[in-house]
Design a protein around this ligand. Sequence first.
Ligand SMILES: Cc1cc2nc3c(=O)[nH]c(=O)nc-3n(C[C@H](O)[C@H](O)[C@H](O)COP(=O)(O)OP(=O)(O)OC[C@H]3O[C@@H](n4cnc5c(N)ncnc54)[C@H](O)[C@@H]3O)c2cc1C
Length: 401
Amino acid sequence: MTYDYVIVGAGIAGCSISHFLHEKDPQKKILMLDRHSNVAKGASGAAGAFLSPLLGKPNKLKNLVNKSLVFSTNLYKNVASEFIIHSGVERIPKDKVDAEKFLSYMEFNDFDYELKDQGAFFPIGSKVNSLEICKILSKKSEKKFDYEVKHISYDDGIWSINDEIQTKKLILSTGADVSLIEEYYFNIRPVWGQRIDIKTSTKVSHNYHKECSISVSERQRDKEGLYTSTIGATHHRFDCDNQTHHECLRKEDVLDCKDFPYTKEIYNSDTKKLLELASQILNLKDVQICDVKVGARASSVDFFPMVGNLINAKDTINKFPYIINGTHVQKERYDCYPNLYVLNGVSGRGFVLSPYLASNLVDLIVEDKNLEDDITVHRLFTRWVRTKKAKEIVTERGYLN
Ligand SMILES: Cc1cc2nc3c(=O)[nH]c(=O)nc-3n(C[C@H](O)[C@H](O)[C@H](O)COP(=O)(O)OP(=O)(O)OC[C@H]3O[C@@H](n4cnc5c(N)ncnc54)[C@H](O)[C@@H]3O)c2cc1C
C-alpha cells in the first residue's frame, strides 16, 4: 500500500501537521510513525505545555511567537476546549535589573495586561494537556507506534521507509533527533530539561512565570482534597556527540541511558531546584511530587524554527559550485529533495509555535503556497554554505565529483 502522506514523529509538531493535512486534504491516506508507544512521548510529553506571550522590544521572533500564540490558543479552544485551561499568566521579573527591563517593555506589549504587585497579568496565557491535545489533533491519522524509522530512500516519485512503507510525500517532525537527515546545515541542538507535577492543598488560580512556571490547578481536586499543578522547567546543554544524544533520545527514560550527563543526581537536583524556584513565587502547601518528566527541546542555531522543503546541499553545490565562495544564488533555485518536508526547531515553545507552523507547512504541501523566509530551512543553508566547515565537507565528501 502506498500512502499519500507519512509523518515521522508524533509530537506536537507531527500531530499538528496531521490535523491540518486532514482539514486541507481530507480524502488522502495519512500514516504517522513513532518509535514510542503513543503520541507525545518525546519532548511533547515532557513539556509543561504553558502558552505564554513573548515580551520585549519588537523583533521578528517576538512577532512570530505572539502571532502563533493567538493561532494555537484559538485552535486548542476550538478542537480541544476541555484540555486547555485559559486562565492567564502572571509574569514576574526575576530581580531588580530584570524589573527595569520588564517595565520598559510594557509599551511594546502585543496583548492586554494588568499591572500587579509583583509583575503583570496577561489574560492570553494558558496551559494545555499535552497528551490529550496531541491525541485529538492526530485522531484521524492511521498510526504505527513502536516503529523505528531507520532509513528513508527515494525512487521514481515514491519515498520508501525501511524498504517497507511507501508514500508520495514524506514529512519529518522528529524533534531533537535529526539522525534521518544527513545534511550538515540542518543543525539541531538538544536542550534537555525537566518538569514536575505536584499535588498541593493550595489552589493556584492562574499560571505564574518567574524563573520557573507554575500552572493553574487542574479543575478537579483528588480524594484527599489536593490539587494537581505543574512546575517547569530546567535547561541543560550537554557537550556530547550527536551519536550519544541520538542513543539517549531513543530511550523512553533518559536515566536508562548509560554514560550520559543527565544523571540521577541532575534529575534529583533539578526537582529540588524547581520546588525552590516555585516557592519564591507562591507558598505552596502540603506539596507531594507525583510525576517527573524529562525531554530534549530541539533548538536551531538562531532560535527560529525550520520548516518546509529540505535542501539537498550536494546537488545545490554541484549546480552552483561558486556558491561556496560566497556567490549569491537566489533561494528559489536551491535544489530540494522532492516531496520531503520538515517541521523542526520549535525549541521551548513547541505548543505555541507548532499549530501555526504546521498550518503554513500544509499550505505549502497541498497548495504550493510560499512560506515566510524567516522560518524556512534556506537561511541555514545560505549561512552554512559560506563557512570554512562547508568547504571542508565539500572536499571530504567529494560533493563536486
Ligand atoms: C522540560 C520541558 C518543558 C517544556 N515546556 C514547554 C512549555 O511550557 N510550552 C511549550 O510550548 N513548549 C515547551 N517545551 C518544548 C516542547 O516540549 C517542544 O518544543 C515540543 O514538544 C517539540 O515537539 P516536536 O513534535 O518537535 O518533538 P517531540 O515531541 O520530541 O516529537 C518528536 C517525535 O519523533 C519521534 N522520532 C524521532 N526520530 C524517529 C525515528 N527515526 N523513528 C521513529 N520515531 C522517531 C520521537 O520518538 C518523538 O516522539 C518544553 C520542553 C521540555 C523538554
